[in-house]
Design a protein around this ligand. Structure first.
Ligand code: FAD
Length: 510
């Protein structure tokens, strides 16, 4: 048993640092003091604007008001991601956050759909998902009677700013300055303190490394080691640029496959975040910049900025008296917007295991093994998108199609292809629905399905399918446009939404 933990020091004030500070100050109360060190000179990575639905739970835990947060961060609603050109050039499908159809005890909805498809009595899979149809119609509303599953697109730097003021109001201390050295205890090798360029030393019992890719504490001081996953995920670079909005924001992210990677478009109230993730083996920085700039819609508001990254994870997220969160803990590219989620789940896991009375190896082992399962599952889901391509038109896509993938993923693909079944692994943050949408979306069609689907006569199946489809269509019909809902619910003062982007009158349901 080591010493009790009273002082937590967070190194770094990007999204990870301020999310951690907000959660620690709010949820651990007076049990610990929280100090955060960050350097304005170094700045943050400045990207990371699309999220997934569990972020709402995090905000609820913290008691954050959604409308206030959305106004402050120029946020829009996100119902999923539209993948364009991924299976083949010209293809498009939406991985949405909603449930497709209705499940029964023996099999998921897609078995009924596959059965109906063979009989010619089913529409497209996406027609049976409310969120997906709302996304396609560019509509959105919150309602108690027809719940909708969603996340946000938000401005990353405004999000950190919002969480900073939230944390400081709850007693977090912020110290501005550049960390010059990380000092360790001679006997244990634990981190003892951080010394800043100014000479100031900040002591702590427990340290959270949120210093970004460099991992100042977890790697440079503790030499934790890194598992490289670039053989599974070959993209190692991105170029990002912000543009003026030229139309009302859509309620989904666009992910458009290009020759040597893919482009994102993330609509905020005030602007659009754009970027191209690419593989430097097949595409130079200059080519990437020109591809991106040729495929943006509005005037550029920033200079295009290249960001280099290594895909993989720290061998241990928790090492000695230090936990790494955010980019310092590893990075899986942003294709399914998982990084902010992984920060959140790391924080919650740490809070649940928090070593008030001293660090026990069992708690460290539990943290690391749960984090590993979660990261492995996210990695597999992202690799799926690349592996399940039929594209042959560039060296990059040929490589992806033929590359070796983790055995856990090959098994999942084979199981779906051969039997239509999907089972989740430990740590899977994506549901069966997500796996099914992406596999079907990218052209993996099962050769079998669960025969539970045969319990309905053709007429019953037709009626079942039709009733789901028409109730979704009716519900979507009644929704206001996404822009209009934002206007009433959470319009930011700096939003570029104009009156002519609103197409109907709508009252927010109380
Ligand atoms: P950073 O933002 O890099 O912050 C590091 C902090 O450490 C800064 O405050 C810096 O000042 C401080 N610091 C560093 N060194 C020192 C020092 N010596 N002294 C003092 N302070 C120091 N995630 C998503 O969930 N959705 C997305 O859509 C998404 N898109 C992405 C796109 C790209 C191209 C990339 C690269 C990442 C994306 N991410 C996304 C990931 C997301 O950006 C990060 O997970 C998130 O921003 C957290 O970053 P961070 O706080 O760990 O690091």
């Amino acid at each position: 048993m080591t010493k009790t933990i009273n002082n937590v020091v967070i190194a770094g004030g990007g999204t990870a640092g301020w999310m951690a500070a907000a959660a620690f100050t709010k949820l651990l109360g007076n049990n610990v003091s929280v100090t955060l060190v960050e350097s304005d000179d170094i700045g943050t990575v400045g990207v990371g604007e699309a999220t997934i639905p569990p972020i709402k739970t995090f905000h609820k835990l913290l008691g954050i008001n959604e409308q206030e947060l959305m106004r402050a961060t120029q946020a829009t609603f996100k119902l999923g991601i539209q993948f364009e050109n991924w299976g083949q050039q010209g293809d498009s499908y939406i991985h949405s956050f909603g449930v497709t159809g209705k499940e029964c005890w023996a099999g998921e909805f897609h078995h009924f759909w596959l059965h109906g498809l063979r009989k010619g009595i089913c529409a497209e899979f996406g027609e049976y998902c409310y969120e997906l149809q709302a996304a396609k119609a560019n509509k959105f509303a919150l309602s108690n009677t027809t719940p909708i599953n969603y996340a946000y697109h938000l401005d990353a730097s405004l999000y950190a700013k919002f969480l900073r003021s939230f944390s400081e109001n709850l007693g977090a201390t912020r110290i501005e300055g550049k960390i010059n050295s990380v000092n360790k205890h001679n006997d244990t090798g634990d981190i003892a303190s951080l010394t800043l360029d100014s000479g100031q030393t900040i002591e702590g019992d427990f340290f959270i490394d949120c210093t970004g890719f460099k991992g100042l504490l977890i790697e440079q001081a503790l030499h934790t080691g890194f598992d490289d996953w670039s053989h599974y995920l070959p993209c190692d670079s991105a170029v990002a640029v912000q543009t003026k909005s030229v139309s009302a924001p859509i309620p989904y992210t666009r992910s458009i496959a290009r020759n040597s990677g893919w482009q994102w478009k993330i609509p905020l109230q005030s602007r659009v975040g754009n970027g191209l993730v690419f593989c430097s083996k097949y595409c130079s920085d200059e080519e990437a910049i020109s591809t991106l700039m040729a495929n943006i819609d509005g005037e550029a508001l920033t200079e295009p900025r290249v960001i280099k990254f290594n895909t993989g994870k720290r061998r241990k997220g928790w090492n000695k008296n230090c936990v790494a969160l955010g980019l310092s803990s590893g990075f899986i590219e942003p294709l399914e917007s998982t990084s902010i989620h992984l920060i959140m789940s790391g924080i919650i896991r740490l809070l649940r295991l928090f070593p008030f009375e001293g660090i026990e190896p069992s708690a460290v082992a539990e943290y690391n093994s749960k984090s590993d399962s979660e990261l492995n599952a996210v990695r597999d889901f992202i690799v799926l998108h690349y592996k399940a391509t039929q594209r042959n038109d560039s060296e990059f896509w040929q490589h992806c199609k033929n590359m070796e993938v983790p055995p856990s993923l090959s098994h999942k693909i084979k199981l779906f292809k051969e039997t239509g079944r999907v089972f989740l692994d430990d740590g899977d943050i994506f549901r069966v629905d997500s796996w099914t949408q992406v596999m079907l979306g990218q052209g993996i069609m099962p050769s079998q399905y669960h025969k539970i689907a045969n319990i309905m006569s053709d007429q019953e199946l037709h009626n079942f399918m039709q009733s789901i489809k028409s109730s979704i269509a009716n519900a979507v019909e009644k929704l206001p446009s996404h822009a209009e809902f934002i206007q009433h619910y959470c319009k930011s003062q700096d939003a570029s939404l104009s009156e002519n982007q609103l197409d109907a009158k709508y009252e927010v349901e109380s």
